[in-house]
Design a protein around this ligand. Structure first.
Ligand code: HQG
Length: 180
């Protein structure tokens, strides 16, 4: 499958695995997994994807710089990004001392007042390094605002953090006193 089509497939996978599984007659389990076979069958019912093969999902994963999806034992899930009403269980973990969040200048102002909120997703998303945060912000603005999060301190004061992938961490609401 050529690169452009793999990117389109990745978007469709995000829709099915993060946002609207029911539109594909799929049900995520508690940790966000569905069977690879069921995902392929669900996509094949749509004209645009009737030729999709199970191996194409692995191709999406290997051609992408971002680690968005994980395949294990015939199952597939998104690492992060979910907005389905049923909250996906993530593995709690002790965060590094500092995490980063890249956003627009105007959102950064609000975040410094109100803290980081999950907004449309189930969790807030944090980056393990400043450059990743900058890339996240550049999706929305040419003038990124990069916030530094005292993650370990927040964790020690009861804010829960969870593993996303190597460069994306998840958290519940992060209050403003941990953000600068
Ligand atoms: C902002 C992409 C006002 C927050 C990325 C962000 C990431 C607030 C937006 C992943 C706020 C939510 C997630 C508050 C947070 N007031 N605005 N109190 N708290 N915000 O897309 O972090 O390519 O849900 O700053 O790379 O931008 O899809 O989160 O601007 O890893 O794989 O509300 O999605 O990955 O936006 O991005 P999002 P995000 P993929």
């Amino acid at each position: 499958m050529e690169e452009h089509r793999l990117n389109q497939l990745s978007r469709t996978m995000a829709y099915a695995l993060r946002h609207a599984p029911e539109q594909f007659s799929l049900t995520l389990d508690a940790e966000g997994w569905v069977s690879v076979q069921d995902l392929a069958a669900a996509l094949q019912r749509r004209r645009a994807w009737r030729d999709v093969q199970e191996g194409d999902f692995a191709a999406v994963i290997s051609q992408s710089e971002k680690k968005r999806y994980e395949i294990r034992d015939g199952l597939i899930r998104a690492y992060y990004g979910h907005s389905t009403p049923q909250k996906v269980t993530k593995e709690p973990a002790i965060p590094p001392e500092i995490l980063w969040h890249g956003t627009t200048r105007s959102a950064a102002n609000t975040i410094c007042r109100e803290g980081l909120k999950p907004m449309g997703r189930q969790y807030t998303h944090l980056s393990s390094d400043k450059e990743t945060a900058r890339q996240v912000a550049l999706r929305r603005t040419s003038q990124p605002a990069i916030l530094q999060i005292a993650a370990l301190q927040a964790h020690q004061q009861g804010i829960k953090f969870y593993l996303g992938n190597d460069s994306v961490w998840l958290a519940e609401h992060v209050p403003p006193q941990f953000i600068q």
